[in-house]
Write a protein that binds this ligand. Structure first.
Ligand code: TXE
Length: 481
């Protein structure tokens, strides 16, 4: 049984209290590894190590820091198969998804921010004969990165790369449900030559370890991706200290399907947007809003396409749908399906827990589910389910489509499906969401702003937004007289 350690000052340590959590493989229900159940003392040591490393790391040139990130990116590329296998076992996601999306993106994150920082310029404001201003961007110090279980290495590297390349030192806390690739990244950091104390990682629960990290007085910024309720708890915790906070939270993302949508693009797009990673992506389109005239056609075609997906062992190369992250999360999702039944919804496909034969018979699987005819006020239309469940809703015109799209507390992402260019622009501008994709989903350019409005978060990541978050601007005026 693999036993993981906290990564502090370039070495692995057990939790100070000596206790461990079981890390379960979602596809089988068996224990994959033991994870340190860390608390205040471990966090204290990790923050102290990061504080000691900060002066030397922040004084290094951008080129030196960027080169180390590029080395780490290259290691991820060469070990991508092994890392993908770890990620797939830890999350229940199909191996091919872990390989093609998660590992590729983890590599790209490190490489991208190494390049972005190398091209980043600071501002100058010329006042003519009176003088000149220039703006330095200074690292913050020790920053906390807290990440969830759905895209473990993808999201950890998304925060780690800009934090380090701008000269900060880091204490990260991955989800206690998915610690495996975070641990592997620490091993690679040693090999890549990242100096001890620059990148530290503590394992443990949210309340026990994550909260201690957020509350540590030496932490200068918190970058968090996770659930909205946890994001609000963290915001309350740091409010008194007025430190920087980036929150990437949940979504209840609409797909607006107009009558002129191209079905050949739209149906596969809706399947991908609804069910990638078993619907456990904050960007997933879980509410499909369809023009009344094409509702039944879309419902039939979507149902056929969803039924054609293969659910099963994540290791099998043709598996499209793997396991949900935990038994508790499976029960939460099935609770919503029960609610749909009592709300009078029509289950067009799925709606059941399933136990595949063989190795995965005790895993946490739910058949991908499409539900129609729920009343507008149903909780399923408003709350984040975060599973393989989509609902269909009808609209009669553009105004109603936009009204339904905006009628939730969330505002992360939306997709618009139409062949009418004017409509695409008009509707995209009216949607309350940080990201709108027209005729596609999850096409990412790492230079663009990423994040949500309303209950979906605070701030933006990506490109210069991340570099700005992890630095403090300081303006310096030089008298011209
Ligand atoms: O996430 P949490 P959970 C949504 C999704 C899901 C719900 C709850 O709807 O059903 O959130 O998921 C750490 N101080 N998303 O409970 O708790 C925790 O240990 C500091 C959307 O699993 O938000 C983990 O490392 N840290 C989301 C991280 O926060 C704390 C992805 C995220 O866990 C903490 C995941 C605390 N008090 C779930 N409490 C997305 N935006 O993609 C917990 N943590």
């Amino acid at each position: 049984m693999k036993q993981l350690g906290n990564f502090i000052d370039g070495r692995f340590w057990p939790a100070a209290g000596g206790s461990f959590l079981d890390n379960i493989e979602p596809a089988t229900g068996s224990v994959l590894a033991r994870v340190p159940d860390s608390g205040t003392e471990d966090v204290e040591q990790a923050v102290a190590a990061a504080g000691r490393a900060f002066p030397e790391w922040s004084a290094r040139s951008v080129a030196e820091r960027a080169t180390l990130l590029e080395t780490l990116a290259a290691f991820i590329a060469t070990r991508a198969d092994d890392l993908a296998a770890l990620e797939s076992a830890d999350t229940g996601k199909p191996l091919k998804l872990a390989r093609e999306v998660d590992m590729e993106r983890a590599r790209a994150n490190l490489k991208f921010f190494a390049g972005a920082m190398s091209h980043w310029a600071s501002a100058g404001h010329d006042m003519g004969p009176a003088g000149f201003n220039y703006t330095r961007r200074e690292p913050l110090g020790v920053v906390a990165l807290i990440t969830p279980w759905n895209l473990p290495l993808y999201l950890l590297t998304w925060k780690l790369a800009p934090a380090l390349v701008t000269g900060n030192t880091v204490v990260a806390k991955p989800s206690e449900l998915t610690p495996m690739t975070a641990h592997a990244l620490c091993e690679l950091a040693i090999e890549a030559g990242i100096p001890p104390g620059v990148f530290n990682l503590v394992h443990g629960t949210g309340p026990g370890c994550g909260q201690a990290l957020v509350d540590h007085p030496s932490i200068r910024a918190v970058s968090f991706t996770g659930g909205t309720a946890t994001g609000k708890t963290i915001a309350r915790s740091v409010a008194e200290r007025l430190i920087k906070l980036s929150l990437e939270l949940g979504g209840k993302n609409p797909a607006l399907v107009f009558a002129d949508a191209d079905m050949d693009k739209t149906i596969p797009g809706l399947v991908r947007a609804g069910f990638t990673n078993q619907g456990q992506v904050c960007l997933c389109s879980s509410r499909i809003l369809v023009h009344d005239s094409t509702h039944d056609e879309i419902a039939a075609k979507l149902t056929d396409a969803v039924k054609a997906m293969k659910l099963g062992d994540p290791k099998e190369p043709d598996t499209d749908q793997g396991a949900l992250i935990s038994s508790a999360h499976r029960d939460k999702v099935t609770g919503y399906i029960e609610q749909a039944r009592s709300d009078g919804g029509r289950i067009l496909c799925g709606g059941e827990v399933i136990q595949p034969r063989g190795r995965c018979r005790d895993g946490y699987f739910i058949l991908p589910t499409v539900i129609a005819d729920l009343p507008a006020e149903s909780r399923l239309h408003h709350e984040e389910i975060f599973g393989p469940v989509v609902t269909l809703q009808r609209f009669v015109d553009e105004d109603e489509a936009v009204h339904l799209a905006n009628s939730v507390d969330y505002g992360l992402a939306a997709t618009v499906w139409t062949e009418n260019l004017s409509r695409a622009h008009r509707v995209a501008a009216r949607i309350q969401a940080g990201i709108v994709w027209v005729n596609n989903w999850l096409v990412r350019d790492l230079r663009t702003p990423f994040g949500g409005m309303k209950d979906s978060g605070l701030g933006r990541e990506g490109g210069h937004w991340s570099l700005e978050f992890f630095t403090e601007p300081k303006n310096i005026f030089i008298d011209g007289r």
